[in-house]
Structure formats: structure tokens, C-alpha cells
Write a protein that binds this ligand. Structure first.
Ligand code: FMN
Length: 402
């Protein structure tokens, strides 16, 4: 059916108006330099979404450091897939329910946190901000959020527990020599660590191509966080103090379930595996007495074209069948992403890059604002779905077939 000329002109005028209106800028492009309504972020309070911190971090950091943070492996396809997968899951609203009070507290191994959104372990945060993991810990304290500290932290476990005002969880990369692993495990346990997460996502090696390109493009010397090639001088890592580092190696490809059994026998801490994605491994984890699983592909930094973690979560949950808590991380950028993972059965959900963007740009206040935005978005999503507590967040809020 063709429209008369007067109506056609009116329609063209309306389309032109829409294209020029602020509505056209909404969506991811609104956070990107070059988009019509883009304004560089100068204070954490001005951020609308956690993505606003990404550009701020890019501007704050040397190319090589930003490249290290952002990159995945090969062509960064797993990084992208982790996030994109959330957009293929739809939520279902419920109306006319009193949602004026929403409780997002979660109990994890006996400790209560205000939000199910936790801070994933990320290494060497002095690369991103001089206050490093201590700034992250103070932000975690102010929001009462769970923080997991990386093996390769720039600040010791003991100092982070002080900054957080209580123990944090610790993530372990397996050293090739058992005595070295034992030394670190005993040290964090003596410092009051309640839970240890062994990361198993990097045992096969990885091709950090985008990072290598960023490093080549940035010739600055950076003795702040490393001497020589990044990662070459492990002796500056506080958690390796007191270790004989001759021939030191982490994440050996020879590692097996024997190591898991040994850790389990060595410690009374809760013991999690971080980096499982299959039902076979989840079943084995339960059989080996593991206390929790973090479904993770290391933020797309371990292997290319992996299944997005949100799509691996169901098979892990099936295998575990409620016997131990299952957590998930990777690609969570909105509260609406978090609620989908929680609805599928995750006990809590982790973020990596978003808080690093906040840290890089503004230190502690940046991390706080990232946590605040995600929490506000999660509350919004819970209210829209008619849910007032996390125990009510079930698959019923997801569209059938998702
Ligand atoms: C810069 C960077 C460093 C990381 N370092 C570690 C680490 O030391 N130990 C670890 O278990 N995971 C590490 N991860 C993976 C995170 O714990 C987490 O699995 C991942 O970042 C979640 O994905 P997201 O960044 O998309 O939120 C790192 C991730 C990034 C981005």
C-alpha cells in the first residue's frame, strides 16, 4: 500500500526526528566515544552503567595494561560470547506484588553478604591503580561484598584482610611443587581465610594474542608492577615471599585430581574449584569432596570458542544436583544479567573487568560505584519480576525454553 505524498513527507520528518533524538543514542553505543551523546566520565557518580567505566579505564591506563585487562585469547571470541549470551535469555515480569522491600542478602559458607554479586580474583592490580587490591578491599568492605584475592595479588593476603576488615577468600594457582602450594595454603589458612578456590582454567596453556599485540605497541618500562617481561619476576609477588622460587612454575599441565585430593586433606578451609564447565568435571568435583564450584572460563582468557559460561551453568548444576553451591562468572555487565544467572541456579555471580575498570579510573570510589550500579540494577530487575528475596528468584522468571 503506497502512502499519499503528504503522509510520506510527514513520515520522513518523524523518522528524521527519531534519528536526531536522544533515543537514538540509547544502547551500548551511548557509552562509546564518538557516539552523539558521549561525555567522558570524570567522576564515578556520573556513571550511568558499568560500561561507562570502560572508556575511563582506557584513558587512565598505559596501552599494555589496558590490553592485558581487556583481552581474551586468539580473537577474543569467548570474551564476547560470555556477554552476548545473556542477551538471548528473556525475563518474565510479574505485576501487582508488593516489592517495596527487596532483600538481596546471601549466606555463603556461614558469612552473610549484602549482594550475590562478588568480586572475582584478578591478578596484579597495582598495574591498574597504585592502591591496587587494598582499594578493591575497602570498596568490598563499604558494600559488604565478597572479594576473592588472586594468587598473584600485588598486596599480601594479611594486608587485604585488614583493608577489608575481615577475611577474604583466596584463589590458588597451583605451583608445580607441592611444598610451595602447601606453604601458601597454610599461610592463608593461618591468616583466617575461610575459603580457597583452586583455578583450573589455565592448565592447558593459552594464546594471549591481543595482549601480546598491546604489549608490543607499548614500549614503556613499568617497574611498578613488574621488572622485565610481565610475569617474569615472581619474587615481587607478596604471596611468594618465603618460597624457594628456583624453577618456579604455576599451572602445570600435568595437574590431576590427585592435587585436588591433596589440597582437600591439607586444609579445613572450604575448597572450591574455579574454571569447571562440564557435567563430567562437576560430578568428579563432588566425588572428590569439593565444597563449591565456580563455573568460569576465566573471562574468556583460557580458550577460544568456548561455550558462554551462562550456557555451561545448567549442565554443572544438573550434575551437582544441589549438593554444593555453584557460582558463575564471565560477561556479567548488568543487574539483569546477574538475575538470569541466579534464576538458573547460581548461588552468587562474579565480576572481573567491570570492577577493574572502576579501579583503574578512580580507585576505591570507582569500584564502589560499579558495585552500587550493578546492585541497583539487580534490585530493579527483582522488583520487575515480582521477587523480594533471592530464594524466590527461580527459572519461573525466565521465558520458557531459555
Ligand atoms: C585482568 C584479569 C586478571 C585476572 N586474573 C585472575 C587471577 O589471577 N586468578 C583467577 O582465578 N582469575 C583471574 N581472572 C579471571 C576472573 O577471576 C574472572 O573469572 C573473569 O574476569 C570474569 O569475567 P569478566 O571479566 O567478563 O567479568 C582475571 C581476569 C582478568 C580480566
Amino acid at each position: 500500500m503506497s502512502l499519499p505524498p503528504s503522509q510520506l513527507a510527514a513520515r520522513r520528518r518523524f523518522l528524521k526526528f527519531l534519528a536526531a533524538s536522544p533515543l537514538a543514542a540509547f544502547g551500548a553505543s551511548a557509552q562509546t566515544p564518538g557516539s552523539e551523546y558521549f561525555v567522558p566520565l570524570t567522576a564515578p557518580k556520573d556513571a550511568f552503567s558499568v560500561m561507562d567505566f570502560e572508556d575511563a579505564a582506557r584513558r587512565a591506563l598505559p596501552t599494555a595494561h589496558f590490553g592485558y585487562m581487556e583481552s581474551g585469547v586468539d580473537d577474543n571470541l569467548t570474551v564476547k560470547a560470555n556477554h552476548d549470551a545473556y542477551q538471548h535469555i528473556q525475563l518474565r515480569t510479574r505485576r501487582l506484588i508488593d516489592v517495596s522491600h527487596v532483600d538481596t542478602r546471601v549466606e555463603l559458607f556461614g558469612a552473610t553478604f549484602d549482594s550475590p554479586i562478588f568480586i572475582c580474583p584478578t591478578g596484579a592490580q597495582r598495574m591498574f591503580h597504585p592502591d591496587a587490591e587494598a582499594a578493591t578491599a575497602r570498596a568490598a568492605k563499604s558494600r559488604n561484598a565478597l572479594q576473592i584475592l588472586s594468587t598473584v595479588t600485588s598486596v599480601s593476603y594479611e594486608d587485604i584482610a585488614k583493608a577489608r576488615g575481615g577475611p577474604v577468600w583466596y584463589q590458588l594457582y597451583a605451583p608445580a611443587k607441592w611444598e610451595q602450594a602447601e606453604h601458601i595454603i597454610k599461610r592463608v589458612e593461618a591468616a583466617g581465610c575461610p575459603a580457597l578456590a583452586l583455578t583450573v582454567a589455565l592448565l592447558g596453556g593459552r594464546n594471549t594474542e591481543a595482549f601480546n599485540r598491546a604489549r608490543r605497541a607499548d614500549k614503556r618500562d613499568c617497574s611498578e608492577c613488574h621488572t622485565g617481561a610481565p610475569g617474569s619476576d615472581l619474587s615481587i609477588r607478596p604471596m611468594f615471599k618465603g618460597l624457594d622460587l628456583t624453577g618456579f612454575q604455576m599451572n602445570p599441565s600435568s595437574l590431576t585430581w590427585d592435587f585436588v585430593d591433596r589440597v582437600k586433606k591439607t586444609t579445613k578451609m572450604m575448597f572450591l574449584l574455579k574454571g569447571l564447565e562440564s557435567h563430567e568435571d562437576a560430578k568428579l568435583a563432588v566425588e572428590h569432596g569439593v565444597d563449591g564450584i565456580i563455573v568460569s572460563n576465566h573471562g574468556g582468557r583460557s580458550m577460544e570458542t568456548l561455550k558462554p559460561t551462562i550456557e555451561s551453568l545448567p549442565e554443572v548444576l544438573d550434575a551437582v544436583n544441589g549438593r554444593i553451591p555453584v557460582f558463575v562468572d564471565g560477561g556479567i555487565r548488568r543487574g539483569s544479567d546477574a538475575i538470569k544467572a541466579l534464576a538458573l541456579g547460581a548461588k552468587a555471580v562474579g565480576i572481573g573487568r567491570p570492577y577493574l575498570w572502576g579501579l583503574s579510573a578512580f580507585g576505591q570510589p570507582g569500584v564502589e560505584r560499579v558495585l552500587e550500579i550493578l546492585q541497583a540494577e539487580l534490585l530493579l530487575a527483582m522488583r520487575q519480576c515480582g521477587k523480594t528475596s533471592l530464594s524466590d528468584v527461580t527459572p519461573a522468571i525466565l521465558s520458557p525454553g531459555k
